[in-house]
Design a protein around this ligand. Structure first.
Ligand code: 2HG
Ligand code: ZN
Length: 456
């Protein structure tokens, strides 16, 4: 039984939502692939309120699903049915930027765009960026160890995380927000929370590393023969361009789809098989360095370079509008995988025959973050073969020593395939950690790890 009285006492009655028209937007992901009814939605504003909620739910034996901006792509923040949905968007406090340390403490509900604007106003920047920046929240970025477009330069979310405050399943609070860059006092609990998908504790605040603010940037779109050509270019580009901050791979069919839904003009006179979008960003204008590096790059079929803001935005649009354009065609099967970089061309070559073998009418749209060997494999029109497509593609990825989830998390969507990327010993160790921190299985049951087996 949901402890409504305690929940209302903790956050105020107006922040415990039960009417279907008020809870609906929390109960469905924006892609339309995941939906489930929550017992109620609770909207705390402080760590103490989160602690009171978890204490009450733990005592009542009620499960809790944790949600940030609801931009997740694996169903990790959507209820299975009947849970208390803990929405953290009101934890939106922006602490003062600590300029000498280049750090800031912010609430879990702060959006990525708000964090970026806050850091920039203080002459710094935040190292993670991704297309869902306007809605994705810091807590969700930590929970999924989000990657995005600047991992090449600054690493993923875990690499930005210097501290956190989190409420454990029993309502106790762990708080490490001093931002120490050296701390050799045992297990790194903060780092463990990154990628834990709300299964070990509820992150309410984080201490984040900030990076120097680049004032000038430049974007290039290179037309190439193949994925192999893009992979071959990378070492030289990284070597010549210390300001390289993004290297994104897209293909002709993806660009055509984006154009269909956006009305953007064709980037080149003719279509090319593959495209590499590069961004350089620095204190001083990186245009000359990028032009020179592009001029000396092997295997280019064509190239566009933009230094002005509008031109850069226009080139980025071909990449950033992929997700929306795909969704406008229908509800896709979405896979997010990575393989060792040398095997990326092999993966790309194997995808089409692998998908066609189980879903002959399906349409594949692939794009990704090339430096990390990370491909977003979107499959439209798989119909009733969705699960077979997922299984077939993820098996190829495992064969190529890859990860079945590169940056979106495991969520509910990929739990059944976790053992393709993690050994039985690793899964048992993860289960032991989960059981130690959340012995009743209150937090996000069915997310990341299979629901706990019943008593023997
Ligand atoms: C991106 O890189 C996101 O834009 C979304 O990770 C990927 O929609 C996708 O498949
Ligand atoms: Zn991505």
């Amino acid at each position: 039984m949901i402890p409504f009285e305690e929940l209302r006492a903790a956050v105020g009655a107006e922040h415990v939502l039960v009417d279907a028209d008020l809870t609906a937007s929390y109960e469905r992901d924006w892609t339309g692939r995941f939906a489930g009814r929550a017992g109620c939605v609770v909207r705390p504003r402080t760590t103490e309120e989160v602690a009171a909620i978890l204490t009450a739910c733990g005592a009542a034996g009620v499960s809790v699903v944790v949600q940030g901006g609801n931009t997740g792509l694996v169903g990790g923040g959507i209820p299975a049915g009947g849970e208390v949905l803990l929405s953290l968007t009101r934890l939106d406090e922006l602490g003062e930027v600590d300029v000498p340390a280049a750090q800031v403490t912010v609430g879990a509900g702060v959006t990525l765009a708000a964090l970026q604007a806050h850091a920039r106003a203080a002459g710094l920047d935040f190292g993670v960026d991704l297309a869902a920046r306007e809605s994705a929240t810091v807590g969700g970025l930590v929970a999924t160890n989000a990657g995005g477009i600047r991992v090449l330069r600054y690493g993923s979310m875990r690499a930005q995380l210097l501290g956190a405050e989190a409420v454990l399943a029993d309502g106790s609070v762990v708080s490490r927000l001093a931002g120490l860059l050296k701390d050799g006092t045992g297990y790194d609990l903060v780092s463990l929370l990154a990628g834990s998908e709300g299964t070990l504790g509820v992150v309410t605040k984080v201490r984040l590393k900030l990076v120097p603010r680049a004032r000038k940037s430049c974007v290039a779109l290179l037309a190439l023969e193949s994925t192999q050509a893009a992979v071959d270019l990378l070492p030289g580009l990284r070597d010549r361009l210390p300001s390289l901050s993004a290297a994104e791979l897209v293909f002709a069919d993806g660009i055509a789809l984006v154009r269909k839904h956006s009305g953007l003009p064709a980037p080149f006179e003719v279509d090319h098989p593959a495209y590499l979008l590069l961004e350089c960003a620095d204190r001083d204008d990186p245009t000359d360095a990028l032009v020179e590096a592009v001029g000396e790059a092997d295997g280019l079929l064509d190239a566009l370079i933009a230094s002005d803001a509008a031109g850069q935005r226009a080139l980025w649009a071909y990449r950033e509008q992929h997700t929306e354009a795909i969704n406008a065609e229908g509800v896709p099967v979405k896979l997010d995988v990575s393989v060792p970089l040398r095997l990326l061309p092999t993966l790309v070559d194997r995808l089409q025959p692998t998908v066609a073998a189980v879903a002959p009418d399906a349409r594949l749209v692939v794009f990704g973050h090339v430096n990390e060997g990370n491909l977003h494999v979107n499959v439209l029109g798989a119909g009733e073969h969705g699960e077979q497509v997922t299984d077939a593609v993820l098996r190829v990825v495992a064969e190529l020593h890859g990860s079945i989830s590169s940056e979106h998390g495991v969520g509910r969507a990929k739990v059944a395939w976790l053992q393709l990327s993690r050994s039985a010993t690793e899964i048992a160790a993860m289960r032991a950690i989960k059981d130690a921190l959340d012995p009743k299985g209150t937090l996000n049951p069915g997310v990341l790890l299979p629901s706990a087996p019943g008593p023997a």
